[in-house]
Design a protein around this ligand. Structure first.
Ligand code: F6R
Length: 242
């Protein structure tokens, strides 16, 4: 694991932007894997800025998001499609047809998972995957004990994840109970991975991810086995890593 320690959240976003910009400049037709949540918001703001300045273009870029809630449509402000549109897509020059998220409203959910996996394969797999880290060690919505060999699938959300995400909803009861997520095997198939982690709250989990045992109890620990993984974490997040 290549670990880059930065001072704080803005520095983490800046470093991530630098890496992605460099990657995009040398890979015109790049396939990016994207995450939602609070962690990449600063990164997306910076990428939007670079796009507006003309330093990078998304015209030939394809994107695949990690996950989407089941039961929320694109226009629901809590859907991940809506989040991505607000924070990135509507501000950049990416053609709509090159944007991919699992469809949480699909009638046949299993078919949707298989199609998503197929689309990623057809695109030649993800070139660079951006990840955030869940408090319980999840990546995407792969909760503890998800088998490492799973590809895109339907998952029941952990109570702790629903509580962590309840801040975006009116009440915990409104947080969906299921999602579609890329599996660990899908994520590990990415050529390059960048894991972003900020804040003291994640310090204990990050220490397990970096120096603990590789175990399905801590899904992100599998990243130790990836050939090209960069962790960009701030001082607070690394405060419990030796
Ligand atoms: C989001 C995702 C999740 C988040 C994780 C951290 O698409 O896949 O794994 O990255 O829950 O969320 P934040 O960044 O809000 O702490």
């Amino acid at each position: 694991m290549n670990i880059i320690k930065v001072k704080d959240y803005p520095a983490m976003s800046e470093k991530a932007c630098e890496i992605i910009t460099k990657h995009m400049k040398s890979n015109k037709r790049s396939v990016l894997g994207l995450a939602t949540g609070s962690t990449p918001e600063g990164l997306y703001e910076k990428l939007v800025h670079k796009n507006k300045q003309g330093e990078i273009t998304f015209q030939y870029t394809s994107t695949f998001n990690l996950d989407e809630y089941i039961g929320l449509d694109k226009n629901n402000p809590n859907s991940y499609y809506y989040f991505m549109n607000e924070h990135l897509f509507k501000h950049i020059d990416i053609p709509e047809k090159q944007i991919h998220l699992p469809n949480g409203m699909a009638k046949n959910k299993q078919q949707e998972c298989d199609n998503y996996e197929q689309l990623i394969k057809q695109a030649g797999n993800i070139d660079l995957q951006i990840l955030g880290l869940g408090l319980n060690g999840h990546i995407g919505f792969n909760e503890p004990k998800t088998p490492f060999d799973q590809r895109t699938h339907i998952i029941e959300l952990d109570e702790s994840t629903r509580q962590a995400n309840a801040r975006f909803f009116n009440s915990i009861d409104d947080v969906p109970t299921e999602a579609i997520t890329m599996g660990i095997a899908t994520i590990m198939g990415s050529k390059k991975i960048v894991l972003l982690v900020s804040g003291e709250k994640k310090a204990e989990t990050l220490a397990k991810v970096i120096q603990g045992e590789v175990t399905e109890d801590v899904p992100a620990s599998i990243l130790q086995k990836h050939a090209d993984i960069t962790v960009i974490a701030d001082e607070a997040a690394l405060s419990k890593t030796k």
